[in-house]
Design a protein around this ligand. Structure first.
Ligand code: CO8
Length: 261
């Protein structure tokens, strides 16, 4: 399987690894990556030899630093109503086999929502997570209100979403956002060892346990998903959002003009 923005690696041990591959922009999730991931998830879900997935990011700075702001700035209400990211993350949560996010570096916004749709999240010393959307004039509209609340509890989810503050690895582990934190050089081994341990168990039992866990957990209800998308549609049309995102993008332009970009 070959894709423009991700790499899918098969292993001979029964799982596949999906690598987000836009390191120049900290693996920011653009529309092409949404399409690639969606197609890969469908193909991998239909492949009985794939009994689990491990996700990681190319480069040494990020898992996924959020949705691509250069595209977000142009998005309008119709885009929000298509549930572009929300639909993808639902597909990921519904993936029939266990999924592990191995998170090195930045994991922000839509990247954090993607990780929240995985079954397990492992981090390294340099992991930084957060939902900085409100700083950009939008909301975390692809599952964080539900999944983050389910993972860290309502008080902490509200704090993180309202402030948009970035959370370092140690605190992520303390509040349950990361299952565990290890040295960066051990991160992939740790995720792979856990996958090996899972794969020793009954495939049927693990699959059905996931169905039961998803049913019992704070899975995103279709109506709540649409409420998030409608709210996002309102933010997408606001002048405030355009100004805040333009400020981020102009920072980049200023860097180029100074010659340090
Ligand atoms: N989108 C686009 N480009 C990005 C992004 C991003 N999210 N993050 C980083 N980049 C780019 C930078 O512009 C820069 O590019 P260049 O080298 O060409 O200037 C490159 O990646 C490296 O980044 P920095 O130079 O900024 O690296 P720093 O180490 O100085 O800073 C940070 C790292 C703190 C991570 C910084 O890059 C940052 O703040 N990035 C934005 C993080 C963010 O706000 N993410 C949330 C985005 S909103 C979101 O995800 C909500 C999704 C809702 C979707 C709904 C769909 C319908």
């Amino acid at each position: 399987m070959s894709y423009e923005t991700i790499e899918v690696r098969s292993t001979d041990e029964g799982w596949a690894e999906v690598v987000f591959n836009r390191p120049d922009v900290l693996n920011a999730l653009n529309l092409q990556m949404v399409k690639d991931l969606s197609a890969a998830l469908e193909a991998l879900a239909g492949d009985a030899s794939v009994r689990g997935l491990i996700f990681h990011g190319a480069g040494d700075k990020a898992f996924v630093a959020g949705a691509d702001i250069s595209e977000l700035v142009e998005r309008k209400v119709d885009d929000a109503l298509m549930a572009i990211n929300a639909g993808l993350f639902q597909k990921l949560e519904d993936f029939p086999r266990p999924t592990i996010a191995a998170i090195r570096g930045y994991c922000l916004g839509g990247g954090s929502e993607l990780a929240l749709a995985c079954d397990l999240r492992y981090g390294s010393d340099d992991t930084v997570m957060g939902q900085p959307e409100v700083k950009l004039g939008i909301i975390p509209g692809a599952g964080a209100p539900h999944r983050l609340t389910g993972v860290v509890g309502t008080g902490m989810a509200r704090e993180l979403i309202f402030t948009g503050r970035l959370v370092k690895a140690e605190e992520c582990a303390r509040i349950g956002l990361l299952n565990r934190v290890v040295a960066v050089e051990s991160l992939l081994d740790e995720a792979r060892n856990t996958m090996r341990a899972i794969l020793k168990n009954s495939d049927l039992a693990v699959r059905l346990a996931k169905v039961a866990l998803n049913a019992a957990s704070n899975s995103v209800d279709r109506r709540h998903m649409m409420l998030e998308c409608i709210s996002q549609g309102i933010t997408f049309e606001s002048e405030d959002k355009r100004e805040r995102m333009t400020r981020f993008l102009e920072r980049k332009k200023a860097k180029e003009e100074r010659g340090d970009g």
